[in-house]
Write a protein of this length. Sequence first.
Length: 151
Amino acid sequence: MSTSFENLAALLQAPGTPLGPTDWLEITQERINQFAEATGDHQWIHVDPERAKGGPFGATIAHGYLTLSLANLFLPELMTVENTSMGVNYGCEKVRFPAPVRVGTRLRGSGEVISAEEVKGGVQVVVRVTVEIENSDRPACVVDTISRFFP
């Protein structure tokens, strides 16, 4: 469920606004393998299902940075800002990975607008994105994302 802010003025009033949740996304071995190829991280806990069965998680797990990268997928599903020329990723703060993501797990994003302030030429917003694991009380990732939107 996406929350739409009509303009930058509305975004400035958004701190405290809950966002989401998004639809569920299944983490497949194919997605994990593609991430390994893209980043060069071929550690066996990610890419060797047979060996991983006997490992600490009982199956392959997604890379932490793969889980973090899903914030980029979930953010536009969580919120949009209308009447702007563009929005850009400015960075992240406070990234945590409280629980591993086993292959076959379903994830979704939820969030909250933490802060919004005027910056040169636009508005900077901090959104805390929580990557939730289906049927788990611990999330896969919690990250404070920083975006800038321009008129």
